[in-house]
Design a protein around this ligand. Structure first.
Ligand code: ASP
Length: 343
């Protein structure tokens, strides 16, 4: 695995398996049973030039749970980029201050350009409609954990990716990572104009997977194992596009009725979040809250061990973890949500 994590293109199947194994070893720390200080003294620079809750906080929390500390900046307004500073200069400056950098930026390719000026590990926290490699890693980690729990093999599984497959960077990274696995069946369902980029469809097909598109969700998907729903990325739309998509997207809503009538009782529902929960938003419905098929909060929880694994690997402390564990001394609730499934 290279020094930076900019795109899943740099990962082979062994790298993914290795990161999953480290994430498993991080679980006692992520679940707040154990404490480690392997990154004591290390500092993370968290640079977020686009909106974020999960990615920013979970990278931050993951670094802190390894014993490190975090410096962060959010938005262009409060950074020197607002004064015209280049990615190159910002990168070199940050490299002198911190030991690892996570960056999110609205332009595709910007994080890779930033990484060219520093030898400090840089992680792409989302570059416009480009990629979101750590999200794809935690998604694959979630899928493997859920399949193990259900006693199902991943080989031959059927995944349905729906929503904004054109601008949704999480599905771009995810489909590439999935293509490293044993042959899968992948069905793509998106509003017209928001389809998966053809080069990604071709890549997946060329690696021996069965990949199909369907026009909408109005048919039976009872052999689908995982539905991966995504938010319509309106922030990437022009004004005209926003108007034309307003009506269309209601046909792509995943809700309890769709799951009960068209899917199987074991179909899992994932989403990178945030989902738009405002009335009329046409995103993954809140009527599935509390339903054990809804894996979205297990998925967000998995972000901590996977992001810890990425840091431990890039900063080369993965072999020190077990030598450094202590028991947690503070109160930890038996589950983190009020209606979490018991598994
Ligand atoms: N949080 C994810 C991302 O940053 C998904 C989304 O925003 O819809 O790409």
């Amino acid at each position: 695995m290279p020094a930076h994590l900019l795109s899943v293109d740099s990962l082979c199947r062994d790298d993914v398996d290795h990161l999953i194994r480290i994430a498993e070893r991080m679980e006692p720390i992520a679940q707040r049973r154990k404490v480690t200080r392997v990154l004591e003294g290390a500092v993370l620079g968290n640079l977020f030039f686009e909106a974020s809750t999960r990615t920013r906080i979970s990278f931050n929390a993951a670094f802190c749970r390894l014993g490190g500390s975090v410096c962060d900046t959010t938005g262009f307004t409060f950074s020197s980029m607002a004064k015209g500073e280049s990615l190159y200069d910002t990168s070199r400056v940050m490299g002198g201050y911190v030991d690892a950098i996570v960056m999110r930026h609205p332009e595709q390719g910007s994080v890779a350009e930033f990484a060219e000026a520093t030898q400090v590990p840089v992680i792409n926290g989302g570059d416009g409609p480009g990629e979101h490699p750590s999200q794809a890693l935690l998604d694959v980690y979630t899928i493997t954990k859920e399949f193990a729990r259900l006693g199902k093999p991943l080989a031959g599984a059927h995944l349905l990716l729906t929503g904004d497959l054109k601008y949704g960077r999480t599905v771009h990274s995810l489909i590439k990572l999935l293509s490293l696995y044993e042959p899968l069946r992948i069905t793509l369902v998106s509003p017209p104009g928001l389809e998966m980029p053809p080069h990604l469809v071709d890549l997946v097909a060329s690696r021996g997977h069965r990949i199909e598109t369907r026009p909408n969700l109005a048919e039976s998907f009872d052999d689908v194992d995982v539905i991966y729903a995504t938010r319509i990325q309106r922030e990437r739309f022009t004004a005209e596009m926003s108007e034309s998509f307003a009506e269309l997207t209601s046909d792509f809503v995943v809700d309890r009725d769709f799951l009960d009538r068209r899917c199987s009782p074991t179909t899992l529902v994932m989403h990178p979040l945030p989902r738009d929960s405002r009335p009329g938003a046409n995103d993954l419905s809140t009527d599935l809250n509390g339903d054990p098929r809804l894996a979205i909060f297990r998925q967000t929880d998995n972000g901590i061990p996977m992001r810890m694994a990425i840091f431990a690997h890039l900063l080369q402390v993965e072999d020190l973890i077990e030598k450094d564990l202590r028991d947690v001394g503070w109160f930890v609730p038996p589950s983190f949500g009020v209606d979490d499934a018991s598994f």
